[in-house]
Design a protein around this ligand. Sequence first.
Ligand code: COA
Length: 386
Amino acid sequence: MVSQSSSANADTHIRPVISATGLYTPTDVITNEELVESFNAFVERENAANAGAIEVGETEALQPSSVGFIEKASGIKARHVVDKEAILDPAIMAPRYRERGNDELSLMAEIGVAACREALAMAGRDPEDVDAVLCAASNMQRPYPAMAIEIQQALGTDGFAFDMNVACSSATFGIQTAADYVRAGHARSVLVVSPEITSGHLNWRDRDSHFIFGDVATAVLVERADMAPAEHWDILGTRLKTVFSNNIRNNFGFLNRAHPETVGAADKLFVQEGRKVFKEVVPMVAEMILSEAERLGIDPTSLRRLWLHQANAGMNRLIAQRVLGHEASEDESPTVLDSYGNTSSAGSIIAFHRHRADLAHGDTGLVCSFGAGYSVGAVFLRKVGA
Ligand code: COA
């Protein structure tokens, strides 16, 4: 188990703040109805093809999915994906993207750049004033060169860039890393970009999980307070925690070729024990938030808004209740998973991006992520400015 924490430095010149955020949302949307129709067509085809084996008990018939189950169990109603056509084709049920040449901007970099450009525009920041780009995401399109360095080049930012993967907590771990660079004087302005093309690692043929994920990209600009725009968010403190678990796992990797007989097996895509994750992660997250709030001298019941990880509406209800001491309203703990699905590390950042403009100077809030690892990240914020 690793536990780490840090809090704002008293010196205003090296105090890290969030200056801006950016969001790229793919235009293609898959509703639960479309998803279930395609899944059930696949089930019918498979069961018809295996009718003999099913009849003699050699194999089990696949079970259909249902819109009612998905909405009740997760709260998800739809998700955005980069390209829906092949995903919904019962004969394919996987994304199909044109393979780009090495001289073209890669897909993951492209959506990351779009989110970064929005954050830079919001802050009025010239790319050459950015000292670092951290590509913090669950799945990288390739091992190297780093996605972050390709994004750095496309944006025209200076300094250094690297990739980091802490699954669903990549963005919050990235924010703490960026804040630490600012405090240490290693960088004045850092982009934390989370391009999450989750459609690539989701097993669209798995009834237990085919409804979970969606594609998106987010960006967070972490900067020294003295260069930030008048309206920004003070980082009051951050806390990270990891505890090893096999309950969310993906065995895809370069060593797969060392045992070719299992290449393409179901465990080379996302697999989870969803109920165990739910039960184990909720108390871990609530306890971590409460202990960090206490350490920072923040009354958790005074937090104006919680921008929680977007995996399951029921999990968020329970966590928000434990933190705020009462059932949270949509205003106190906004939901984006209903229309985005689980977008891995980007989920809490989408919530923060879309649901913060109405808060007043001095209001406090919390960005919190949790997921595979297990990994949990919390970022306590206070609004400065209008
Ligand atoms: N359609 C219809 N029924 C389904 C189904 C589907 N697509 N998928 C599963 N079911 C059935 C199961 O077979 C099971 O039936 P049974 O009771 O007859 O055995 C029943 O529904 C309950 O399945 P279960 O997997 O226990 O559902 P759940 O209530 O735990 O909900 C999740 C599943 C994934 C939505 C939920 O566990 C979850 O969100 N967990 C947290 C996951 C998380 O945060 N992960 C981080 C990811 S990065």
